[in-house]
Structure formats: structure tokens, C-alpha cells
Design a protein around this ligand. Structure first.
Ligand code: V55
Ligand code: FE
Length: 488
């Protein structure tokens, strides 16, 4: 007999698990989708399949669901599929949850000891003709980019030795290479880290291991044309706590942030470590290098930014101190100091950055983010997230911020920038934003905005004829790239 989902915030309202694998041909569109918008918007997020073993769960522990929206000639087709992870298959056979608490295998059913726990629920990235569903606690799963069928767990033909792979690898727009890393790379709560270079042809050409100063929640990292930056915040794992059935992570206010920087053409033995007092590190917008100077634009909060991660000193979650702000960290590799400069670029509550991917790893002008505008209604009822009621475009060169308020009882998900054409100027193109509308039938829509005039509102809205759950991250693959992949 199936156990119903508990009536907790993770499983009710807009967060009710949907579990819908669907194909919808030719979605309804209001307005006109530009004909030059030709490609696929892939996104990935958690959608739990079974009631949790522990009675309740945190949102990011749900099974990975990949959705795709294929844009062509002004039309959009939809498809959704679960990633067939090992966890998915074992739990399908048992018709119940066998895996327990987020990243805590000690809470699993004994029958799945040693099995792959990853849900592949965080991001979906296309590189070298491969579509990979990613979560930082495990290896990628490869998917068919047209059917979304799972091809299986992916380890570069047995070459990758790390047992983890970040959900935020970086693709160099100039060389086509993919740079990735894993932490807890030798297993649960280990200090081992792995740096991975994949060439434009999809070969793993280098993997180097090193030891981190402590076991940190390294959700993202930064790569510029010349440097790689590892970002350790004092949200740490503890094996004893996990053995007692507790959480993987807790935030330690007494431990420093540590930042490791190396040249891309050097070895991990050359990593130089910098320090700053405890603070929260969120997503990276971009990074650039100028000789010995490295600059990283990223979201920083005074303290732990996640309400579902406890403070090790027992202090309750602090919304104000957990507010992420776009910050520029500057490092001088020529100086001997462990210190670095930090400058808050915008006072606003923002996160979920996107950029024009052609300008990754170099000085860029524009960033696109979600924003909480507290002068407007902030409605978080029944959904995950923080009430992102606004989409922002920041101009990093002038300090300007343009915004579009997405409406009452609505929240925005991570924006996605699509250039108008392969050679259009930076920021000339479209912004795709999935919004979730809580009121009425609780449907979702994709807003298509002119990225240079977001304040004017959408030029088209794509209707999804049922509620889909919030996703985490997504990416765009143009038809040109997908067709080249199909012909190769
Ligand atoms: C995040 C999401 C995750 C995760 C760790 O958004 C961090 C941050 C969807 O899973 O496992
Ligand atoms: Fe992320």
C-alpha cells in the first residue's frame, strides 16, 4: 500500500509532487514568439516520487525531473521525464522510498547499502553532444537530448575517478572545453577534491586530486580565461552527526571562508589559499582575470543563506543575514597576503544568476537574476524558494539595474538568456523565465522577454496546461548545435 505524501510545506500547495511524464505538442502561446528563437530550453529539478522515510524532507532531496521546451518557428513543444537513476530503479521495484535523509546514507534501508544515492536533480548541461543531468553528490547521468531517455550513469568511459561531479561545470566559449570539479570526491565527508578538464570533443583529458582544508558545501565554483577558483564556505559535513541520523550540513560561524585559486594551465599543487571570516557563498555569475588579478562576481550573504541548513551554534535561521547580494571579490595573486577585497555591487536581495554564455570567463556587461522586491507583494505561500517576484538585469559596467515585476501570487525561476543570433552583441536576445502562478489553477508559464527591455514585460507567454513543479537550473541548446550533434 502506498504511503501518502505528508502534508508539510515540501509536499503541499505548489510543492505538491507532480510526477507527470508528459509530451504536449504545440503549447498555447499568447503574443508572438520570435521566429529566430530556435532551440531547446532544458531544465532540471526535484519532484519526489515516494513519501519520505523520515516523515518530512527538504525540497532539494526530490527525484530529478528533466523538462524540455523545444522552440521552433514560433511554436513550442513540451516533454518531461524522470532521470532513471539507480535510486529511481530500486525504488520503482520496491514501490517505496528506500533512500532516506538528504546525503545521509546511514538513514537508508539496509537493502540499498552502497548503491548510488544521487537524484540527478539540479542542472542539465549539454557539452560535446552529450546531455548530462547533474547533482553534486554523484556522477552525471546521460540523457538522450531528443527523447530524454536515460542512457545511464556517465563517467567518461570509466576514466573519471571522482565519485562526484558539480552541478555547475563551466564551458569555455572560446575553446569549447568543460571544466568541472567534485568535492567529497573519494566518498562521504572526505576532504578529497577532483579537478576535471574535458576537451571540446568530450574527452576527459585531465583529472587531478587534491585535499581541501575542510569538507565544505561547494555548490558552485568560478572559472576565468586564466584561473580556477574554489569556494569553501563553513557549511560543513560531519560523519558523526550523519551516523546519528542528522543532517549532512551545518553552518559553523567560527570557521573561515577559504578560497583556493590556481592558474588553469598549472597543477592543483599550485593552489593558493585566501581567507575571510565566515559568510555564505551562493551562485557565481562570472569571473575574469587581468594578469595576476582575478575577480569573481557572486552572491554573498553575511551568514548561511539556506533556511533548511542549521547553524551549528543552534541559532535560528536569520533571514536578514542570510540575504544574498551580488558581490565582487578581487584577488591579487601578486601579493603575499591571505586577504582579498570584497565590494557589494547591489544592495538588493538577488540570486539565480544567468549571463550571456558567450561572455563567460571574461569581463561581461550583463547579468540576469531573480530578485525579491519588498516594496511589492512577496508571496511565498505553498512554494519553494524565497518569493522571487521580480526579474533583474544588472549592468556591471554602469551599475544600472532594470527590473520586471512578474505579478501578484507569482514567483519567477532562474532566468535564461538566449542570444538573438550567434554574432549579435552581448545582451541582445531573449530572456526566458518560467513563472509559477499560485492563484486559481496554479499553472506555470514561460515568459519570453526582450533581454534589452525587460521592464516592458513579456513579448510572449507560453502556457503549460498543467502545474509543473519548480525546477532549479536550466540551459539552452540552439537548433544549430543540436542538429550538428545529430549529424555527427
Ligand atoms: C542546491 C540544490 C541542490 C543541492 C545542493 O540550489 C544545492 C542549491 C537541487 O539540489 O543538492
Ligand atoms: Fe545551483
Amino acid at each position: 500500500m502506498r504511503t501518502p505524501f505528508p502534508a508539510t510545506a515540501t509536499f503541499t500547495g505548489f510543492n505538491e509532487p507532480r510526477r507527470i511524464e508528459a509530451e504536449v505538442f504545440d503549447l498555447d502561446v499568447e503574443g508572438a514568439i520570435p521566429k529566430d528563437l530556435a532551440g531547446t530550453f532544458y531544465r532540471c529539478g526535484p519532484d519526489p516520487r515516494f513519501a519520505p522515510r523520515a516523515g518530512d524532507d527538504i525540497n532539494i532531496n526530490g527525484d530529478g525531473m528533466v523538462t524540455m521546451f523545444r522552440f521552433e518557428g514560433g511554436s513550442v513543444d513540451f516533454k518531461s521525464r524522470y532521470v532513471r537513476t539507480e535510486k529511481y530503479q530500486l525504488e520503482t521495484a520496491a514501490r517505496r522510498a528506500l533512500f532516506g535523509v538528504y546525503r545521509n546514507p546511514y538513514t537508508d534501508d539496509p537493502s540499498v547499502a552502497g548503491k548510488d544515492r544521487t537524484t540527478a536533480n539540479t542542472n542539465v548541461v549539454f557539452h560535446a553532444n552529450r546531455l548530462l543531468a547533474l547533482k553534486e553528490d554523484g556522477l552525471p547521468y546521460e540523457l538522450d537530448p531528443h527523447t530524454l531517455e536515460t542512457r545511464g550513469r556517465f563517467d567518461y568511459g570509466g576514466k573519471l575517478k571522482s565519485v562526484t561531479h558539480t552541478a555547475h561545470p563551466k564551458i569555455d566559449p572560446t575553446t569549447g572545453e568543460l571544466i568541472s570539479f567534485g568535492y567529497e570526491a573519494a566518498g562521504l565527508a572526505t576532504l578529497d577534491m577532483s579537478l576535471q578538464h574535458v576537451d571540446a570533443g568530450g574527452q576527459l583529458i585531465r583529472e587531478e586530486f587534491f585535499v581541501a582544508p575542510y569538507c565544505s558545501f561547494q555548490h558552485d565554483f568560478a572559472v576565468s580565461r586564466d584561473h580556477i577558483v574554489f569556494l569553501l564556505m563553513p557549511t560543513t559535513a560531519d560523519d558523526a552527526r550523519m551516523r546519528a541520523g542528522g543532517a549532512h550540513w551545518a553552518f559553523e560561524t567560527t570557521r573561515d571562508v577559504q578560497i583556493g585559486i590556481m592558474r588553469r594551465d598549472a597543477s592543483v599543487n599550485d593552489i593558493r589559499w585566501y581567507r575571510a571570516p565566515a559568510q555564505g557563498i551562493g551562485h557565481v555569475l562570472n569571473a575574469s582575470s587581468d594578469g595576476d588579478r582575478v575577480s569573481v562576481d557572486l552572491f554573498i550573504s553575511e551568514r548561511n543563506q539556506f533556511p533548511f541548513i542549521a547553524n551549528s551554534d543552534g541559532a535560528p535561521f536569520d533571514r536578514e543575514k542570510g540575504t544574498p547580494r551580488l558581490t565582487r571579490w578581487s584577488f591579487d595573486l601578486g601579493s603575499k597576503s591571505e586577504a582579498f577585497d570584497a565590494k557589494t555591487l547591489y544592495p538588493d536581495f538577488m540570486e539565480m544568476p544567468a549571463l550571456d554564455a558567450r561572455y563567460a570567463m571574461q569581463n561581461c556587461r550583463y547579468g540576469f537574476c531573480t530578485l525579491v522586491d519588498r516594496t511589492k507583494p512577496v508571496d511565498v505561500s505553498g512554494t519553494i524558494g524565497l518569493g522571487w517576484n521580480t526579474i533583474a538585469r544588472v549592468n556591471l559596467q554602469t551599475g544600472a539595474l532594470d527590473r520586471f515585476y512578474v505579478g501578484e501570487k507569482t514567483t519567477a525561476q532562474e532566468p535564461l538568456f538566449v542570444p538573438r543570433s550567434a554574432d549579435s552583441p552581448e545582451g541582445d536576445g531573449y530572456l526566458l523565465v518560467v513563472v509559477t502562478r499560485f492563484a486559481g489553477e496554479m499553472r506555470s508559464e514561460i515568459l519570453v522577454l526582450d533581454a534589452e527591455h525587460i521592464e516592458e514585460g513579456p513579448i510572449a507567454k507560453v502556457r503549460i496546461p498543467f502545474r509543473i513543479r519548480g525546477a532549479i537550473h536550466g540551459n539552452w541548446v540552439s537548433n544549430v548545435v543540436l542538429q550538428a550533434a545529430a549529424n555527427s
